[in-house]
Design a protein. Structure first.
Length: 264
């Protein structure tokens, strides 16, 4: 049975959701992943070689399995955010948010008037390709479009209080995601996401974000204990390893086990 897409509602209800980064530009691959039961998939257009045409097909492939498809755009850019939303993405992850101004620009690009200044066209997949319900299009899109801000460095962390002071931010932003690996590098412990100082910074950020009624997200999970630690801190939006990495290690493990004797 296909699941109903309801990621935004799940987060509002305080549920923990899981999904992978998808770097492989393949609708078939993302359809398999979505069918496995994950809550969401992230089409990674910053690190993956996706075209918008392929991304649109990947969104469809996720949706037929009742899975929410989100696009990480390559940068905080008006045209990239507009294109991602017009092809039907449920929301966007906007990287490299370093300041309140960055956050306000992302909101402006993703939301229609009166919240933002997103370019208006109903003649898209998001708009149903027609003039039907054109008067309600902006209101509906503003209500259901998800915005996820990705804080990756010292600037974003240091300016978190200022970002959280944006008026009505709870109504505008769904998730603030802390890039743990980028954070570890920014504070001088590259790759050491388990370092006490990295965890301390991450914990402080999550408390502030949740205190504003916004879901906190991130990825530091290597095993079940890490996932438990994150959820105990209040993290709701948890990303899994990229599709290419899961595929690589699955085949690596299979060949090491299945053909161990033959390789000796």
């Amino acid at each position: 049975m296909k699941r109903k897409t309801g990621l935004k509602d799940s987060l509002k209800k305080g549920k923990v959701v899981y999904g992978p980064w998808c770097v492989i530009p393949s609708p078939s691959t993302i359809n398999v992943i979505a069918a496995a039961g994950v809550d969401f998939v992230i089409i990674d257009m910053e690190h993956g070689p996706h075209s918008f045409e392929t991304a649109e097909d990947m969104i469809r492939a996720a949706e037929v399995e009742g899975c929410t498809a989100i696009v990480r755009v390559a940068k905080n850019d008006e045209s990239l955010i507009l294109s991602a939303l017009d092809i039907g993405a449920a929301g966007v992850i906007v990287p490299h948010i370093e300041s309140r101004q960055d956050a306000e620009e992302a909101i402006s690009y993703a939301k229609y008037f009166p919240v933002g200044e997103r370019g208006f066209s109903p003649f898209t997949r998001a708009g149903g390709y027609s003039l039907n319900d054109v008067r309600d299009h902006a209101v509906k899109q503003n209500g259901k479009t998800m915005i996820i801000l990705l804080l990756e460095g010292k600037g974003g962390v240091n300016n978190l209080d200022d970002i959280l002071s944006i008026k009505d931010i709870r109504k505008k932003i769904d998730v603030i995601y802390i890039g743990a690996y980028d954070l570890s590098q920014a504070i001088g412990y590259p790759g050491q996401v388990d370092h006490p100082e990295v965890r301390k910074q991450l914990e402080a950020c999550i408390k502030k974000i949740r205190g504003k009624g916004i879901a906190a997200g991130g990825y530091v999970a290597k095993n079940d204990s890490d996932i438990r630690w994150m959820t105990e801190l209040g993290m709701q939006f948890i990303t899994l390893m990229p599709d290419c990495t899961i595929l690589f290690h699955a085949f690596e493990s299979f060949y090491k086990t299945a053909f161990a004797k033959e390789r000796q």
